[in-house]
Design a binder for this molecule. Structure first.
Ligand SMILES: [Zn+2]
Length: 321
């Protein structure tokens, strides 16, 4: 059986037909053009999926259902996107419109929750029953997987790990509060901290690394220069890992996952990122040393995380029915 995974992004919608092993057998995309109404986009999306099923020589009976990962505030009880700031969508009945045009069951989730399920079903979390995913990007997205099932919370709005507060009165967050985890642990936070440290330390190797142009600092700058032994870069990385680790300690104490999966560009640092966190974590979490160790892993799905996460929603619904 196949599932249709629909990954909605700010610029385009990526769609894939996915089999039970997590392989994308057919893929296509649709641009999200400015000025086109949200209802029109849903209509075109439904028509496109129907046309692709026909062109691929497939039948509706080949499909188990449709999964949709959508950014923003998604209500999984009503199947509506309540609000998506990047797309400027309001109260859009995604499940209703797509299920009537495609004629298959449709399940929707917030894109980060969908990514969590995709990682659990097809990626780094495949062998585990309890997981937390943290995607280190502009913010910290993520999700929680408990006892072999995606945790969604009331209306599907749970799992907002990036907005747990780890410092009262701390840094200003885009959500309006202060001291959220993502203001310290996101890639954006790391980049801001790297630049700050560079301005204070003009002799840091990081200046050579970016050829004197501070605007080109990215999430790898401090890590790569720390590997070269640059003291300033090492301090930036250590400080970043400290905040990340303390956030993870909280999630470990609440959920006691088998593993925490790190995604986003910074996870490309692999063991250089995960090993220090794993070592510190072992001593920090409650009950040490009598509690099981929590493994820190990096995401495996890469660029296909969105499509596979969305498709996994359709597969999980059937498995748990
Ligand atoms: Zn916040």
């Amino acid at each position: 059986m196949l599932a249709i995974g629909i990954d909605i992004g700010g610029m385009s919608i990526k769609i894939g037909f996915v089999n039970e092993r997590g392989e994308i057998t057919h893929r296509f995309r649709m641009a999200v053009l400015k000025g086109v109404s949200q209802g029109q986009i849903m209509k075109e999306l439904g028509d496109l999926v129907n046309a692709e099923i026909e062109d691929a020589g497939l039948h509706y009976s080949d499909f188990i259902g449709v999964g949709v990962g959508c950014p923003g505030s998604i209500n999984t009880l009503t199947g509506r996107c309540d609000f998506s700031p990047n797309l400027d969508w309001h109260d859009l009945d995604i499940v209703g419109m797509l299920s009537s045009s495609i004629g298959l069951p449709v399940r929707i989730a917030n894109d980060a929750n969908a990514a969590m399920l995709g990682e659990a079903m097809f990626g780094a979390g495949k062998d585990f029953k309890n997981l937390v995913l943290l995607t280190l990007g502009t913010g910290v997205g993520g999700g929680v997987y408990i006892d072999g099932k995606l945790f969604e919370g009331n209306e599907g709005k749970g799992g907002e790990v990036g907005h747990t507060i780890i410092r009262l009165g701390g840094r200003q967050c885009s959500c309006g509060l202060r001291g959220c985890f993502e203001t310290y642990a996101s890639a954006s936070a790391l980049i801001a901290d790297t630049k700050k440290a560079m301005k204070k330390n003009k002799d840091s190797k990081m200046w050579d690394y970016v050829h004197g142009n501070i605007d080109t600092v990215n999430g790898a700058t401090a890590f790569e220069c720390a590997k070269l032994g640059d003291q300033t870069a090492m301090e930036v990385v250590e400080n970043y890992e400290m905040w990340l680790t303390y956030g993870i300690v909280n999630f470990c104490n609440i959920f006691r996952p088998d593993a925490v999966i790190l995604g986003g560009g910074i996870s490309g640092q692999k063991e250089y990122l995960t090993r220090p966190i794993e070592e510190k974590l072992a001593e920090l979490h409650y009950g040490f040393p009598m509690t099981p160790k929590v493994r820190i892993l990096v995401s495996k799905l890469g660029n296909d995380a969105g499509i596979l996460g969305a498709a996994s929603l359709a597969f999980e619904k059937v498995q748990n029915q």
